[in-house]
Design a protein around this ligand. Structure first.
Ligand SMILES: Nc1nc2c(ncn2[C@@H]2O[C@H](COP(=O)(O)OP(=O)(O)OP(=O)(O)O)[C@@H](O)[C@H]2O)c(=O)[nH]1
Ligand SMILES: [Mg+2]
Ligand SMILES: [Zn+2]
Length: 370
């Protein structure tokens, strides 16, 4: 099928199976315009500097951004998982995203105003699930899982928790229960890379056309898991013993992989710092227990530190909520507040600049009238 055939079928409202298999749906179909006859939709499966790898479902094509998009798209360059329109090998349009997993990337300093600024970094787009991968080795850390859950919920995405390296324990039950106690209904899947049955459970989570992004620390076993899901060594993994140096990343790029069983996974480099996303769009919370308890605090703006009539502290005192969980919650809240303040500060600065420009214009007009 050449690209013109693809488009003709698309306009007949028939979604070609090849595109459907890589996630095309009516959401994107509805964004197609009738004048896009010489272009075809494709999904970004790899990003390397200025080059992209896109798939039509039955064919992979290296592509580049059109000059116009390059100059106008600003911060919104295509990310892995994005749908785009291709004219030959040129990306002419990026479709509106269904959703995105994004975090705040430290942007350094704005040179002119010497202000710290941050921008959203899209890790992956158009997802059905996010696999939070955590190893039952040194990596084990329920507090970090709470952070990941907050990140995923803030992006209004659906989390699944995967605990790898279960084979390192004679009986991992206690660790699994500890994670379940902070998961609040999020499914927890214990796996061992060499135990096929545990890995197959995950395969069953993804039906044809669905996409999951894997996130977790470096060395958690994300790429190993993808290789097992795929049934072949397609992603490089580190060797045991070569990981003495902390912070070594084996995976350095983000890639979307279509599994032979249907379904897609996106491999990511390990995340060292989990900076939360600024655009809080989700309604779910990683701390439903604390938020429910807080509704019964005497003061609506209770910080749960020292206030009289604090129901959260009372629940900590009687053991219903652990102190470390409360501290984890407060730390994340402080971080989000900080980001929001910074955002609103730069917004008020922009507003000031706008008024300055307006008043200068007014002065200039007055002068001219004289
Ligand atoms: N014992 C055991 N080792 C595992 C398991 N899964 C992964 N490993 C080992 O953990 C190490 C790290 O695995 P990777 O798959 O490279 O980890 P990663 O999360 O992709 O790491 P980055 O690419 O750096 O983010 C490798 O030595 C794997 O063999 C498991 O279930 N059991
Ligand atoms: Mg990896
Ligand atoms: Zn309180």
């Amino acid at each position: 099928m050449n690209s013109t055939d693809t488009i003709n079928t698309l306009h007949n409202q028939n979604i070609p199976t090849s595109l459907q298999q890589v996630g095309w749906s009516s959401f994107f179909q509805n964004q197609l315009q009738n004048d896009s006859n010489d272009t075809s939709p494709a999904r970004i499966i790899g990003v390397r500097k200025n080059t992209y790898l896109a798939t039509l479902g039955h064919q992979e094509i290296p592509a580049t951004l059109s000059g116009r998009l390059f100059n106008t798209s600003g911060l919104s360059f295509p990310a892995v998982g994005d749908w785009v329109l291709l004219r030959d090998t040129v990306i002419t349009q990026i479709f509106m995203r269904k959703n995105a997993l994004s975090r705040t990337a430290s942007g350094g300093r704005d040179r002119k105003n010497n202000e710290a600024f941050s921008k959203q970094q899209v890790l992956a787009a158009n997802l059905d699930m996010v696999f939070i991968v955590c190893g039952l080795d040194r990596d084990f850390n329920p507090r970090r899982i709470e952070r990941y859950l907050t990140l995923v919920y803030n992006c209004a995405l659906v989390p699944v928790i995967i605990l790898t390296k279960c084979d390192l324990h004679h009986d991992p039950t206690i660790l699994i229960q500890e994670v379940e106690s902070v998961a609040f209904g999020v499914p927890v899947y214990p796996v061992a890379a060499n135990d096929t049955a545990t890995v197959s459970q995950l395969r069953a989570l993804l039906s044809v056309g669905q996409t999951a992004a894997l996130i977790g620390s470096s060395g958690a076993g994300k790429s190993t898991l993808i290789n097992r899901l795929y049934g072949d060594e397609i992603q490089a993994t580190s060797h045991v013993g070569s990981r003495v140096g902390k912070g070594r990343h084996t995976t350095t790029t983000r890639d979307l992989i279509v599994l032979p069983s249907g379904g897609m996974v996106i491999d990511n480099p390990g995340i060292r710092e989990i900076a939360l996303s600024l655009d809080t769009v989700g309604e779910n919370s990683a701390f439903p227990d604390i938020e429910a308890a807080a509704r019964l605090c005497r003061f609506a703006n209770c910080s749960h530190n020292h206030e009289p009539g604090c129901n959260v502290l009372e629940q900590v005192a009687n053991g219903q909520i652990t102190l470390s969980r409360l501290q984890s919650y407060q730390k994340l809240q402080n971080e989000l507040d900080y980001h929001h303040q910074r955002e609103s500060k730069s917004a008020s600065r922009l507003e000031k600049e706008r008024w300055k420009a307006v008043s200068q214009q007014a002065k200039a007009i007055k002068k001219r009238k004289r």
